[in-house]
Design a protein around this ligand. Structure first.
Ligand code: C5P
Length: 294
């Protein structure tokens, strides 16, 4: 915490480098095997003690989101406060500002990352030590991607996303995200899946391949149904491929697609070309986090 009592938390974009659908639970949720990393950019949360609870949204995509009781930030705050009070902690009112730089409903976990960053920030602000199982339960009640966004470092996610294994060996990649700025509905994409029992992600073997070659052999099982629903996704993937990306894939349930590049110069050239060719799209270049990053 700074001297002024402000806590800043990054809500990094979540990237599903691979997402294999391996089954379905009786309640309808799908079982996944997903290789996940995080970008070095995303939304940002600023939290500070206040006389009363306040929540404000600023930034490029602020207008597309309302700061009401349904917002994942508000729900995370209220959920954590209830849990803290049950555990005997005192909590003060908070003023939260969300800088919304990631597009909404776009497969890169924006809302989930915001919820997770709210939890991390409030645990620092309120000085909470919450038992892991209670925190995990709260995260999952907010959304299947919230547990992985709480970790916010490279990992393998299984179950419906709650079974998390850190992936310390994952290197950093040069990444370009593109989104046609048309939201897609996650439940609808899952409903359009034709096969729900696909093979898991096979482990990486450094003797056999480098990371980019390995990732190229994996897939996102939600990509084909998403492309059927929104043809722009095919166009995003084609543009990425033509821009020199080694791996082109959709993240989560879309519509954001990513390209991974061997070097920074190709990435920068690709970003410039796409920004000029598609000014109406979201285009963002950066790096992904390394597995052993602090
Ligand atoms: O948990 P979250 O709100 O992010 O999920 C949105 C919807 O996506 C769920 O209601 C469900 O229809 C679908 N989903 C799924 N299997 C998952 C995650 C999400 O079927 N593992």
């Amino acid at each position: 915490m700074s001297q002024t009592g402000i806590v800043i938390e990054a809500a990094r974009a979540k990237i599903n480098l691979a997402l294999h659908v391996t089954g379905q639970r009786a309640d309808g949720y799908h079982l996944l095997d997903s290789l996940v990393t995080f970008a070095d950019f995303g939304d940002e949360l600023a939290l500070r003690p206040s006389a009363q609870d306040r929540f404000e949204i600023t930034g490029r995509f602020a207008e597309t989101l309302s700061a009401d009781a349904d917002n994942l930030v508000t729900r995370a705050r209220d959920g954590l406060r209830a849990l803290a009070e049950e555990l005997g902690y005192e909590t003060c009112p908070v003023d939260i500002t969300l800088t919304k730089s990631l597009p909404l409903s776009s497969g890169i976990g924006g809302g989930s990352a915001d919820a997770a960053a709210t939890l991390r920030g409030l645990m620092r602000l309120w000085k909470l030590d919450v038992p892991r199982d209670r925190l995990a339960e709260l995260c999952l009640s907010l959304g299947a991607d919230v547990p992985m966004c709480l970790a916010s470092s490279p990992l393998i996610a299984r179950g419906i996303g709650e079974d998390i294994e850190p992936l310390a060996t994952l290197p950093s990649f040069f990444i370009l995200l593109v989104n046609p700025l048309k939201p897609v509905s996650t439940p609808q994409i899952f409903r359009l899946l034709t096969s729900k029992t696909n093979g898991p992600v096979h482990p990486f073997d450094p003797a056999q391949a480098d990371w980019l070659d390995y990732l190229g052999c994996l897939r996102n099982d939600l990509q084909e149904p998403a492309q059927r629903l929104l043809a722009d996704i095919g166009e995003c993937l084609q543009q990425l491929e033509e821009s020199g990306a080694e791996v082109c894939r959709m993240s989560g349930s879309g519509a954001t697609c990513f390209g991974l590049y061997r070097d920074e110069m190709t990435l920068e050239r690709a970003a410039l070309t796409l920004e000029q060719a598609k000014p109406q799209w979201y285009v963002r270049a950066g790096r992904t986090l390394e597995g052993n990053a602090p």
